[in-house]
Write a protein that binds this ligand. Structure first.
Ligand SMILES: Cc1ncc(COP(=O)(O)O)c(C=O)c1O
Length: 442
């Protein structure tokens, strides 16, 4: 496939696409050929604004030469080194640099290659920790309805997006879910954090009453669910969740795979909301989406509890061939340099108000039933059409793509979350293309 090869010459049979309606897509493929800054270019040479930072991962924008150069240098210098019983200095440097920007106390870093692996790693660490402190009966894992924690068996089981679960009848046993916080009746068109719903955190008490605190190892939530189309937490909700987990000896895990690395205008959602979990899962923006990588940030309490037994004991029988891959570490370090030099981990704060007002200007357009925003995340939700959930959303998404805007859709909602280098003029363009599409198609 050359840069601008026409899509109609493409052989599409062999690639089984992830999270895609394969047959529908292959009839009319939407193909990107290159990217620079805030834009993709399609194979037929059209510029498309990236309204979702790829898949919430290209936080510093596309085509960053500094990362590419670091990757090339690393490949030529040390292409691979094992991290099982061996090491290489970049892994340690990268972990130290991540620890520097971590919320206070969450400075023990376990490397993975994806968000799904980070989630499964954090869940396993939670179980191992409870055993290590003599709480071995705590084996239950609690997720939340509408949560997305990737596609491993652990993440799928604690996840709460129905379609991601129902085709695969086998889930982890001993998992339960608290209720989600999406409440259109009380919170539609709320700006930033909605007023209503903090009391839903009390579901942790219900779990304790039902199962017993001594059976529960951890609660995992996204501070702002992203894949279920951006649900900012009600005011006070995360604080309450923290209090209840602490009260009952339950670990609190924030899945920051989306919210990490500046998406809310603070380095992590934990910073933005002022709530520190016991572990944080990350991926995506950790390398600006360039090289697969993820990391679990664990508290010293958890880490130190597992550093027990004779010194020659392997403390955690867990890891991946590519944990701390040298190329990922090189990409990650170059990414952190860019974030620091350009102030990207906090830049969103200065644009959040403009972003919020721009998105909410779409209120009143046909079939728009909710608009949500927090930091540089946002969503527009449409009412479903009679021909099925997602049909109206799909038509709007295709119309936008044809007119130069890409974003991630989820059912009839559009999740918007641009690279953090976004300028006001890009936000204007995004909202104008989307508004026109809704008027034309919705
Ligand atoms: C909150 C959250 N957790 C986990 C994942 C899974 O990450 P990956 O696709 O890298 O496995 C995602 C992906 O979007 C996510 O949004």
């Amino acid at each position: 496939m050359t840069l601008h090869q026409k899509p109609n010459t493409l052989q599409t049979d062999s690639f089984w696409m992830p999270f895609t309606a394969n047959r529908q897509f292959k009839k009319a493929p939407r193909l990107f050929a290159s990217a620079e800054g805030m834009h993709y270019t399609t194979v037929d040479g059209r510029k498309v604004i990236d309204g979702s930072a790829g898949l919430w991962c290209v936080n510093a924008g596309h085509g960053r030469r500094q990362i590419a150069a670091a990757v090339e240098r690393q490949l030529m210098n040390l292409d691979f080194a094992p991290s099982f019983n061996m090491g290489h200095p970049l892994a340690f440097d990268f972990a130290e640099r991540l620890a520097e920007i971590a919320p206070k106390g969450l400075d023990r870093i376990f490397f993975t290659n994806s968000g799904s692996e980070s989630v499964d790693t954090a869940l396993k660490i939670a179980l191992a920790y409870q055993r290590a402190i003599g709480q071995g009966t705590r084996t239950r894992l609690i997720g939340r309805e509408r949560g997305y924690h990737g596609v491993g068996f652990g993440g799928m089981s604690v996840g709460g997006m129905v379609a991601n679960r129902r085709a695969f009848a086998t889930h982890l046993p001993g998992v339960d879910h608290i209720r989600h916080t999406h409440d259109l009746a009380r919170n539609a068109f709320a700006k930033d954090q909605p007023e209503h719903g903090a009391e839903l955190a009390d579901d942790v008490e219900r779990m304790v009453a039902l199962h017993g605190a001594d059976t529960i190892a951890a609660v995992i939530v996204e501070p702002v669910p992203g894949s279920t189309a951006v649900l900012p937490p009600p005011k006070g909700y995360l604080q309450r969740l923290r209090e209840l987990c602490t009260k009952h000896g339950i670990l609190l895990i924030f899945d920051e795979v989306i919210t990490g690395f500046g998406r809310l205008g603070a380095p992590f959602a934990a910073d933005y909301f002022g709530v520190t979990p016991d572990m944080m899962t990350t991926a995506k923006g950790i390398t600006n989406g360039t090289v697969p990588c993820g990391a679990v940030f664990a508290s010293r309490k958890i880490h130190d509890a597992l550093m027990n037994g004779p010194e020659g004991t392997i403390e955690l029988f867990h890891g991946y061939t590519y944990s701390a891959h040298p190329v990922a570490c090189a990409a990650g370090l170059a990414t952190l340099d860019i974030y620091k030099d350009e102030g990207l981990l906090t830049r969103g704060a200065s644009l959040a108000e403009y972003w919020r007002d721009a998105l909410h200007s779409l209120k009143g357009l046909p079939n728009v039933i909710d608009i949500r925003n927090v930091g540089l995340m946002g969503a527009i939700e449409l009412s479903p059409r009679s021909d099925g959930v997602g049909a109206r959303g799909y038509d709007v998404m295709v119309d936008c793509f044809n007119r130069g805007l890409y974003f991630r859709m989820s059912g009839d909602s559009f999740a918007m979350s641009p690279p953090l280098i976004v300028e006001k003029s890009h936000i204007d363009d995004m909202v104008s293309i989307l508004g026109d599409a809704i008027k034309r198609v919705a």
